[in-house]
Design a protein around this ligand. Structure first.
Ligand SMILES: [Zn+2]
Length: 208
């Protein structure tokens, strides 16, 4: 399916049974990774935890998940969603940061982990910089216990749920930080003038 709004009726193939998936969503700078780290730190020290992030997200650290305020937790990078299944071992808790960067298989991967009895905690953007949903995040949202976070709109101060690009989009490197993006409310948000690159389903696609 091309990028864009997730059509209705796609949830038919998603099993609702045996899932213990927690999803933390919101725009950039809404504190998603901070909340993920908070949930990890609340676990008993003896808890087996696998913390994972997509290989494409190397903005700050290749071996840690890092919030924009530089909080960190050790993390393994993975090339694609299916690789997660080989890395988690017998972890009791699997924390996955930035799931919007993964491919569509992340939905089944999270379900399989939950069916193994693992507690799965994911973070991700729900909307890309064009204001379109990430289809796989939307699918996960339908089966997960979802927490929706907001930031403060940089333009007007109201609650923000959009990620607004502040500089022109000149190439296909869609990953960025505070130099390229800021939180905006729906009224102050505008998508980039440039069309979404062909094949992109969101901010970027990880290598498969
Ligand atoms: Zn605003």
């Amino acid at each position: 399916m091309p990028f864009g709004r997730c059509p209705e009726g796609e949830q038919a193939d998603i099993s609702l049974a045996n899932t213990t998936i927690e999803l933390i969503i919101g725009c950039m700078f809404s504190g998603k990774t901070t909340e993920l780290i908070r949930r990890i730190e609340a676990l008993a020290p003896s808890t087996g935890i696998a913390t994972l992030k997509p290989a494409i997200d190397d903005r700050y650290s290749p071996t840690h998940i890092v919030t924009h305020n530089r909080q960190t937790a050790a993390a393994q990078t993975v090339q694609n969603a299916r690789a997660i299944l080989d890395l988690v071992g017998d972890a009791e808790v699997v924390a996955i940061d930035e799931i919007h960067f993964f491919d569509d298989a992340i939905v089944e991967v999270c379900q399989e982990l939950a069916q193994r009895g693992m507690r799965v905690i994911c973070t991700g953007l729900d909307l890309d910089m064009w204001g379109d949903v990430f289809p796989h995040v939307e699918k996960l949202r339908r089966i997960a216990e979802t927490t929706v976070l907001t930031a403060e709109c940089k333009a007007c101060g109201r609650p923000a749920n959009r990620t607004h690009r502040t500089v022109p989009l000149l190439d296909n490197n869609l990953v960025g930080g505070p130099e390229e993006f800021e939180p905006r409310c729906e009224q102050c948000f505008a998508p980039p003038a440039a069309p979404k690159p062909a094949g992109a389903t969101g901010l970027a696609q990880p290598p498969d």
